[in-house]
Ligand binder design. Structure first.
Ligand code: F0G
Length: 459
């Protein structure tokens, strides 16, 4: 059995937000009304919400007090200059362009530099990143190595890109077709696994040799930097701040959803060194997001983001953060519940097909697990499997993604040890009674992104 070390919270509670447990018959009725889709359950009917770690974190007293000095001037608000100074200090890039969240940064960047027929390599594109690449008619290519898809390998940096495949892709497409190379840290769609500094350096070297700009999708950069400190040779004595600077020094720019490691409920930005590209990005920004010193945000949001970025560099916080998520994994693993290993930075991923071997892929075991978890304990998780990524091929047959997962994403600073223990207890109980969990069939679905609106029936 793994050693359990209680991940004690490095904060105390100043304001509380009540959460309520409803009854099982209530949850049963809610599920029926929701078409057995937990996206359709009102959030106040959820007891512990692990749908996402994005925008769901708790802000600090320091951030809340920052809201009061929000400068709501249309142009040149002081909070923008504070954000700019902070991003320059932590990321090291010259130009900072705020956006309302990460996908807006992607849209502005790709809408400016990509054209039809182009190609963007990444370790694994997150859904919105892929969607924004494809929206302009370009191709999103995932180049993570095979370790990324192996839930049993204990490799320390399963987010790494396969650099041989990157070289091959550049050779076959030609550099003119590849306006940028991207890398997602940590690799959300591959289990929240980190990328090593050595791999970032190698990808940077290849990109620079071909004069292709290299950008990081930096949503969870601080968690990635902390893993580097823990796992990469020669990094144990470096500060997370120094490691983050080293990561970004290898890149030409970054897109950021501050809803993750910015510790805010809304916000994002693009940061980069190329001044003439920054000017072009601002032209598109003004059309969709707003003036370049606010980019779709209020002045107070910019202030909260500037303060959150500083707070996320606190190594006591990061140690707790990574431990808390690992602790949930350890509690489950100790009871034999099948999980993706090693545990990533922001979530524990359940292996739903191993959890429910009696439910075939076309009866959606991952989805069935999210329904069972809500019914059993009022916990909301998200399926990352056959409903989200299953596709009908030209032959009419369903094609299934490699992995059938359920993500338990842990919001930052929001839940305590007892909440985590509650989630583990509920899952262990479900696992012991797993033979009673039933599969589902689809009764209504949308042509794209069907998981958001799909309606199901239990079999
Ligand atoms: N890139 C990555 C790696 C992400 O995980 C996300 C969001 C985005 C970009 C887009 O940022 O939401 O601010 O527009 N991930 C969330 C999640 C939604 O649940 O994993 P956004």
């Amino acid at each position: 059995m793994a050693k359990l070390k209680i991940p004690i919270e490095p904060y105390r509670i100043k304001v509380v937000e009540p959460i309520r447990q409803n009854t099982r018959p209530e949850r049963e009725a809610l599920l029926r009304r929701a078409g057995y889709n937990v996206f359709n359950i009102p959030a106040d009917k959820v007891f512990i919400d692990l749908l996402t770690d994005s925008g769901t974190s708790a802000m600090s007293d320091n951030q809340w007090s920052g809201l009061m000095i929000g400068d709501e001037s249309y142009a040149g608000a002081r909070n923008f200059f504070n954000l700019e100074k902070t991003v320059r200090r932590i990321f090291g890039f010259k130009h900072v362009i705020p956006t309302h969240q990460g996908r807006a940064a992607e849209r502005v960047l790709f809408g400016t530099i990509l054209k039809k027929g182009d190609c963007v390599p990444n370790n694994i594109h997150f859904d919105t990143t892929r969607a924004n690449v494809e929206f302009v008619g370009a191709e999103a290519v995932d180049l993570a190595g095979p370790q990324a898809y192996n839930p049993k390998s204990a490799a320390p940096f399963k987010g790494n890109m396969d650099t041989a495949r990157l070289e091959k892709l550049i050779k076959s497409k030609g550099r003119a077709k590849i306006p940028l190379v991207m890398m997602t840290v940590t690799n959300n769609s591959g289990g929240g696994q980190p990328v090593s500094l050595a791999n970032i350096r190698a990808v940077s070297r290849i990109s620079r040799a071909h004069r292709i700009p290299f950008f990081l999708d930096a949503c969870r950069f601080a968690e990635n930097a902390f893993f580097i400190k823990q796992r990469e040779a020669g990094c144990a004595r470096k500060t997370v701040r120094a490691i983050a600077r080293e990561m970004f020094s290898q890149a030409d720019g970054a897109t950021m959803s501050a809803k993750k490691d910015g510790l805010v409920n809304i916000g994002g930005f693009i940061a980069l060194n190329d001044g003439s590209l920054a000017e072009r990005l601002k032209n598109l920004l003004i059309i969709g997001e707003g003036f370049p010193t606010y980019g779709g945000l209020a002045g107070r949001d910019l202030e909260a983001m500037a303060r959150g970025l500083e707070e996320v560099m606190d190594e006591n916080y990061l140690e707790h953060r990574i431990r808390q998520v690992a602790y949930l994994g350890e509690l489950l693993d100790a009871e034999g519940v099948p999980i993706f290993k090693p545990v990533g930075g922001h979530a524990v991923y359940l292996l739903a097909d191993e959890f429910l071997p009696h439910i075939p892929r076309n009866r959606f075991p991952g989805w069935a697990l999210t329904v069972a978890l809500y019914r059993e304990a009022g916990i909301r998780a998200v399926e990352i499997g056959g409903v989200m990524f299953g596709r009908k091929g030209e032959d009419g047959a369903e094609h299934w993604p490699k992995l059938e997962l359920v993500r338990l994403a842990v919001p930052r600073r929001l839940y305590t040890v007892s909440h985590i223990q509650y989630v583990a207890e509920a899952l262990v109980r479900l696992y012991k009674n797993r033979s009673k969990i039933r599969g589902l069939r689809i009764v209504h679905q949308a042509p794209q992104l069907r998981h958001f609106t799909v309606r199901m029936k239990e079999i």
